[in-house]
Design a binder for this molecule. Structure first.
Ligand code: HEC
Ligand code: HEC
Ligand code: HEC
Ligand code: HEC
Ligand code: HEC
Ligand code: HEC
Ligand code: HEC
Ligand code: HEC
Ligand code: HEC
Length: 340
């Protein structure tokens, strides 16, 4: 009996082995999504072109001088020597090799064209078509240098909501537009982040226009105080692992621990507050007393005055329960009722 079972097991094992091997075989013959050469072209540019260096690229014409000047003055620019150990960056690092683009472009031809009132242009078609690349390939142009090791804040990029949702580096960092119109500084100023984010998150504009809101429009706090656009290991690209920590980094007095806690409701401030904005005072999700009446029934106070007992049911509960986030001081009955 025992032997039969063993033989049977061996039989099943063999069948399993064959299935697994068959699986490996199909893996071996499966084709890449795109021929490797096409893929290289996507990232590197025309494979028949040569790298010629920024000097050669730009010696014949001065049309891109603003970009070049600001580029050279930027952190990516010339102060990075080979000795610094940093990757040396030039126009071709992102746009691809340029020899075909400047073929036949001599200072003489530029001068001739100028005489006829023509603007000489290099052959843009031979560069990487950055604008029309798939977003992941656009980002790879940056990530070949800005690896997670070199640029620490990009550690969580690949798993982040933005990378997953086809947002690329250049949607937010428009390098050459900055050089052309802005200046050499590529860092993102906190005060500019809201406009950067609103390009795509219009629903958030609405929230920050509500009567009660965090002072983001006033530029007193910023999207990047709470979110990291490059991706985090937390929900909703939050910088902190819990909502409570996200909030108490600024509202430390609400952190506790308190002798009398409001059960565990204050572990998630979103139980009662909206993080961006609300039609109700103090960013509350609902007006009082309705906010409280979701979980509590109202009560009469010990007072004999009807007006007051009514008020306990129908007015702001926090007029009396003013320490709603927790307190160390017991109420008259010795319990934690958040009165003071
Ligand atoms: C770090 C990467 C990077 C470097 C370095 C770089 N560029 Fe760009 N450049 C881009 C990206 C991204 C775009 C936007 C994509 C597009 O519009 O095709 C762009 C766009 C441009 C444009 C079109 C601008 C416009 O207004 O539409 C020009 C011209 C240009 N770059 C020239 C240069 C020159 C000249 C240099 C060197 C001095 C240079 N770039 C270096 C990434 C780079
Ligand atoms: C050839 C390598 C290389 C490529 C490609 C590259 N970078 Fe950079 N980048 C650098 C180096 C080196 C610096 C300067 C050192 C630093 O600040 O990390 C830099 C600096 C920056 C800065 C400014 C950082 C600061 O604190 O001043 C930004 C922003 C930036 N790069 C974004 C990009 C984006 C977006 C792309 C893709 C379009 C890109 N880079 C492509 C090498 C590169
Ligand atoms: C959704 C918008 C967004 C995307 C996409 C994005 N970034 Fe950023 N990046 C920012 C913001 C905002 C900052 C400012 C720093 C912060 O997070 O507070 C920043 C900062 C940086 C910095 C440091 C310079 C500084 O301003 O301090 C570098 C370098 C950088 N990003 C590179 C990249 C690269 C490379 C990619 C693509 C892999 C990328 N970023 C994608 C928004 C973005
Ligand atoms: C180019 C468009 C674009 C820009 C610019 C952009 N985002 Fe996003 N963002 C998206 C997309 C697409 C998603 C994923 C779909 C969604 O949740 O709406 C997303 C998702 C998010 C999420 C939700 C993540 C989740 O887990 O649900 C947050 C938070 C966020 N973005 C914050 C920001 C901030 C902060 C900025 C500015 C620094 C910004 N975004 C700029 C396109 C953009
Ligand atoms: C005070 C902290 C804080 C600030 C400042 C802030 N957010 Fe948020 N944001 C949050 C929290 C917390 C959530 C998570 C909400 C949830 O889980 O439902 C969130 C969620 C989001 C989402 C996901 C969709 C949604 O509404 O739930 C987007 C997109 C977003 N924020 C974008 C932004 C942008 C853009 C800015 C700046 C204009 C900004 N946030 C400023 C705390 C903040
Ligand atoms: C970067 C700092 C910062 C963070 C993080 C932060 N807040 Fe605030 N909060 C502020 C500032 C500043 C004000 C405005 C205070 C004022 O006007 O005096 C404010 C105001 C408030 C108000 C009162 C609004 C009103 O209408 O008076 C509430 C409620 C609030 N925050 C809740 C939260 C919650 C919930 C979170 C987490 C999602 C949070 N805060 C995260 C800085 C922050
Ligand atoms: C059970 C509901 C509830 C929860 C949960 C809650 N709050 Fe509140 N919070 C309120 C109410 C109600 C008010 C308004 C009190 C008032 O008007 O006097 C308020 C007001 C505030 C204010 C502005 C007034 C002040 O006291 O400074 C801040 C800031 C605040 N809450 C932060 C937080 C933070 C941070 C958390 C999470 C740790 C949190 N709240 C969780 C109900 C709540
Ligand atoms: C999401 C549900 C929820 C909301 C909203 C809420 N509470 Fe509570 N509250 C609780 C829980 C749970 C307890 C703990 C009950 C217990 O220990 O028996 C509690 C305890 C209390 C206590 C102490 C009662 C006791 O028996 O010890 C008071 C007072 C109180 N809440 C007042 C309020 C007020 C005022 C509001 C509105 C600003 C409010 N609560 C909003 C869930 C909530
Ligand atoms: C006029 C002041 C006042 C108002 C308004 C008020 N309370 Fe109270 N509440 C008290 C007092 C006083 C106690 C008893 C304190 C003690 O135990 O010492 C109490 C006790 C409680 C308790 C615990 C005992 C019980 O009866 O269940 C809860 C829960 C509570 N209140 C919720 C609320 C809610 C919800 C509101 C708003 C609808 C509210 N209170 C409005 C004064 C008030």
């Amino acid at each position: 009996m025992k032997r039969i079972v063993t033989l049977r097991n061996i039989f099943f094992f063999l069948v399993l082995l064959i299935v697994i091997l068959a699986g490996c075989e199909t893996l071996k013959i499966s084709k890449p999504i795109m021929p490797v050469r096409e893929y290289e072209k996507l990232i590197v540019g025309r494979l028949d072109a040569q790298y010629v260096g920024t000097q050669n690229c730009l010696s014949a014409c001065h049309y891109h001088d603003t970009i070049r000047r600001n580029f050279e003055a930027s952190t990516m620019g010339v102060q990075l020597t080979r000795k610094s150990g940093m990757p040396v960056v030039n126009c071709e690092s992102c746009h691809g090799p340029g020899s075909l683009a400047i073929e036949g472009l001599t200072p003489e031809k530029v001068a001739e064209d100028a005489k006829e009132g023509k603007q000489t242009a290099c052959n843009y078609d031979t560069f990487i078509d950055i604008k029309n690349l798939p977003p992941q390939a656009q980002s790879l142009i940056c990530l070949k240098c800005h690896t997670a090791n070199a640029t620490f804040n990009l550690h969580n990029w690949n798993a982040g909501a933005h990378a997953i949702s086809d947002v690329s580096c250049i949607d937010c960092h428009n390098i050459c537009k900055t050089f052309k119109k802005g200046g050499p500084d590529l860092t993102v100023k906190p005060r500019d982040t809201a406009a950067m984010c609103y390009k795509c998150h219009q629903e958030v504009i609405a929230a920050f226009s509500l009567p009660s809101r965090h002072p983001v429009p006033e530029k007193r706090i910023f999207c990047t105080d709470c979110h990291d656009a490059h991706g985090t290991t937390n929900d909703k690209l939050l910088k902190k692992p819990t909502i409570k920590e996200a909030c108490t980094q600024c509202h430390a007095e609400k952190e506790g621990p308190f002798a009398f806690e409001h059960a565990d409701t204050t572990e998630d401030c979103k139980t009662c507050h909206s993080p961006h904005g609300s039609v109700n005072d103090k960013l509350l999700l609902l007006r009082e007393p309705f906010l409280c009446l979701q979980c509590h029934s109202g009560h009469r106070t010990s007072s004999t005055s009807t007006a007051e007992s009514k008020s306990a049911r129908f007015t702001r509960c926090t007029d009396c329960h003013s320490q709603i986030h927790g307190t160390d001081i017991p109420s008259a009955s010795g319990e934690g009722r958040f009165i003071q």
